[in-house]
Structure formats: structure tokens, C-alpha cells
Write a protein that binds this ligand. Sequence first.
Ligand code: NAD
Ligand code: ZN
Ligand code: ZN
Length: 343
Amino acid sequence: MKAVRFVETGRLAEVIDLPTPRPGPGQVLLKIAGAGVCHSDLHIMDEDLGLKGPFTLGHENAGWIAGLGVGVEGWKEGDAVAVYGPWGCGRCHACQTSMENYCENHAALGTMGGGLGSDGGMAEYMLIPSPRLLVPLQGLDPIAAAPLSDAALTPYHAIKQALPLLTPDATALVVGVGGLGHMAVQILRALTPARLIAGDIDDAKLAHARELGVEHALNTRDGEAAAQAITDLAGPRGVAVALDFVGAQPTIDLCARVVGRNSRLSVVGLGGGVVHYAANRPPYGCQVTVPYWGSRTELMEVISLAADGRIRADVETFPLEQAVEVYQRLREGRIHGRAVLLP
Ligand code: NAD
Ligand code: ZN
Ligand code: ZN
């Protein structure tokens, strides 16, 4: 089968032929319908994130069960499922409470999940180590559903933690309206009455935000002007919840300037910026958080939201063989919503 491989830091992904895997005891073989192309893969290829290659990329996957290892019960071939991506030990406190994204044993496991140390879903087939990592798709098309497992789950987790602050008089700010950000604005719309502001440096992404119902979509290239405009819109309370899906120095600094007192600044993007603190900036009471992905039960909730038609990933599909070109398009900001590779 064809597979898109991460080889080592500093090298482009490569498309090669690999034998089709067979499920061992307790494992499930998945026939991949689609694998989402996340900006994190670019970080993996560009920077040393401690992940050892080679492995097959793709940590945002959905498809159909194609084989059950000995001992796997309750599932059958052909079932449509999303893969819960952050694979933990399954035993620690975090894993037992469904938050494998915060597994205590990730370092010892030597992998963060399929496509993140273990073979992922940019291939015709993928091995899932345990059926606990499968979530039924509730009738959703598996190609459109693949991005739910990261591009939607990650903002959902960040937003759910911030819900008590997102009252009708609150303002939420989303910076970076790409794969994650375009899902974040929909999730905020679906779950909260808060006023919504989106920022990006790309006017096409801002137009996308407006199509998704964001009233105030601002170009943040001029940080000074953007901070003033956001402050004027937010009023005396300031921004109650800022979600930074870039995480670069200019976006972190912008968020830190516009959040109000008793607010929340969530840095989701891995852009390498630093949160500086000086007295009252970010303002007193601001909670700075670094959420990572989401829990298994949150993935079920995200799939329910999508099955009810309340959120939808805008997907551009490409054949798996074009992976290297698609990564280049993502790097240049030429993907609308989320790219999904089809084997
Ligand atoms: P993407 O490339 O699809 O979207 C990024 C968006 O940010 C684009 O719209 C781009 O125009 C915009 N942007 C870039 N630089 C900007 C700047 N200086 N100011 C304003 N906007 C800017 O990326 P994605 O797949 O949505 O991922 C976003 C980030 O989140 C990446 O860093 C990724 O690695 C990270 N991520 C983190 C987690 C987590 O759990 N913490 C999970 C998934 C992805
Ligand atoms: Zn990702
Ligand atoms: Zn664990």
C-alpha cells in the first residue's frame, strides 16, 4: 500500500510502498477513508519535537473497520469510525478519565499516537492498537469527519474549558482561521452566546470567517491597529477568552494585550512564541493555558455536534500521492479549511 512517511527532521515527507499491516491480538485494522493534513506535521518536519522517524504521518483519521484482531469484540467489519488520536497508556489517571491527551506515561510510551511516532493514517490501512480508540461516526461521511478528530476536537476542548467565561456579554477572540480556527468559530457559535471576533493575516481566511458567521473579522498584520480595534469592539470587559491558533510572538502579544481581567488566554498554536508577564499584563485574573488536543468523550461530543449539523469541516480533498504538494500548499496558506488526503 502507498503511505506518506516522516523520515527525519529537516526532510520532506516521502510517499513509499509498504506492506499492508495485519491486526495482532487486541488490535483493529482500519481502511482509511481520509486523513486530515494538520499544520503540526509541518512543525514535525521542520523542528525536532522529539519524535523518531520513520513513521507514517496522519493523526486525523476516519475510515471503516477492515479487520479485528483476536479478542476484539463489539465491533464489526465495515463500521465507520473516527480514530481518537492521542494514544495514551490506557491505565493512568488521565487515561482512565478519557483524557489520553494528558497521559502521564507519554514519554515512556515513545509515541504520541498514530502519525505522531507510530504509523498514522496517510495510507490505505492503519493499525489501531486498541478498540478503545475508535469512536462511531453516527452516520457522518468519514472523509468529512476525519478533521473532527483534531481540527475540531482541539478547539472544542479549549472552548469547553472556557465556557463559564463565555456569557452573553463576553467577547471571544479567535486568532488564525485555518484548519483549527475555522472549526473554533463554529464551535463558539454552537455552544456560546459570546460576541465573536476573528483575526488572521490572510484576507481569504478572514472572508472564510465571515462566511461562517463571524461579525468582526480583522486583519492583524498591523498588531497595534488590530489591538485598538479589538479593544474598541470588546468594550470595558475586554476579551474574555482569546484562542491563539498560531502561537507566534505577534499573536501571543496581541492576545495578551486585548484580554480583560478575569479572562482566559489559550495558546494552542505551536508557533514558538513566549508569554511574557509584567504586572497586570496579561491583566490580573487572566488564566493562561496551553491546551493539548482533547479527550475521547469530547470527541464523541464533537461528532454529535457534527451529526446534528451544527458544525462542519470545510474540506479540500487530494489524492494521497499528492501529499508533498499539499504540505507545501498548507505552508503557503493555500488551503481552505482543512486538506484531507484520500488513499
Ligand atoms: P493552518 O495552517 O490550517 O492555519 C493557521 C492559520 O493561521 C492560517 O489561517 C494563517 O493565515 C494564520 N496565521 C499564520 N500566521 C499568523 C499570524 N502571525 N497572525 C495571524 N494569523 C496567522 O494550521 P492548523 O492546522 O489550524 O494549526 C494551527 C496551529 O495549531 C499549528 O501551530 C498547529 O501545530 C497547532 N496545533 C496544536 C494542537 C494542540 O493540541 N495544541 C493541535 C493541533 C494543531
Ligand atoms: Zn494536529
Ligand atoms: Zn495514560
